[in-house]
Design a protein around this ligand. Structure first.
Ligand code: PNS
Length: 162
């Protein structure tokens, strides 16, 4: 059984992430999308909220499971007996950062965790969770960036935080 993990912050999930999730789910028998519980960053959504959003957004893909993790990805992958990480590449600017993480994970795991890159579909190449949040914070239109229920949740967060 071919299994993979797609780790990320997903704060919140965008159509770009969902495009990678759908395509990776066709390549692997089982895909775990795992939200990093990063104590350093101050996210808009809690880990629990991000997990819930991802579950709702991927509920029609049977071989996708949503989870969360803290600490090193290689430790998490080892516990789950997963040997492939999936990451999306939007542009050449992503490459340097992603290459460094992939090489580090391969080295630290002694070859037990490899990374597969999917190039994000061109229509989503400009998208990032950060830009979506910034647009929403100024009441801009994010309907082409995230599912409608996610957009409503983002606007709601900014109303609460105002
Ligand atoms: O969505 P993001 O924030 O770009 O995802 C980054 C992520 C979660 C893939 C990366 O930060 C990660 O795997 N962090 C876990 C800590 C870790 O394993 N670090 C070692 C690689 S440098």
């Amino acid at each position: 059984m071919k299994r993979a993990v797609y780790p990320g912050s997903f704060d919140p999930v965008t159509f770009g992430h969902l495009d990678v999730i759908r395509r990776a789910a066709e390549m692997f028998d089982d895909l775990t999308v795992s939200v990093l519980n990063n104590k350093v960053k101050t996210p808009l959504f809690s880990v629990e909220e991000r997990v819930k959003i991802l579950r709702e957004a991927t509920k029609d893909i049977p071989n996708v499971h949503i989870d969360s993790f803290s600490g090193l990805l290689i430790d998490y992958a080892r516990e789950k007996n997963i040997h492939v990480a999936v990451r999306g590449l939007r542009a050449i600017t992503d490459f340097e950062y992603e290459l460094q993480i992939a090489q580090t994970n391969r080295k630290l795991s002694h070859g037990n965790l490899d990374t597969v890159f999917l190039t994000t579909s061109l229509e989503y190449a400009y998208l990032s969770s950060s830009s979506v949040k910034e647009i929403a914070s100024f009441h801009g239109d994010i309907s082409e960036c995230v599912p409608e229920f996610v957009a409503n949740m983002i606007y709601e967060k900014y109303r609460e935080n105002a």
